[in-house]
Design a protein around this ligand. Sequence first.
Ligand code: NI
Length: 139
Amino acid sequence: MSETDLTRIGVSLPESLLSRFDEIIKERGYSSRSEGIRDAIRTYINHYEWISRIEGEKLGVLTVVYDHSKRGLVDELTDIQHHALGIIHSSLHIHLDEENCLEIIILKGEGRAVKDITDRIMALRGVKHVRLNTVVPNP
Ligand code: NI
């Protein structure tokens, strides 16, 4: 199937997420909401494919924004980190506002293990943003 054959989908989104998305696509000059969504999905796929190819010894900087009031989330995040002591070197926690926390986690280890931790954190309910950047440990 080529990119010119289009399929319609229905998606449920929180109002606030959609209005922010609409503001951004307007600022960036997209011709339609659909065009913006297609571009966002391509970016998501590219990022996932890039993460999937991470191999070898990596130094990773994982940025996570989450809602700390979400039941059980803080415990799950802490649990994941306590079970990855060999990979997680340090973390920085910043209380952003009444509900949001920012955590920056420095990981060093096999690329697949770094990806695995990233995927597990990304899948938690209440996690709003996850970004992994990798740095070459010995450039
Ligand atoms: Ni906090």
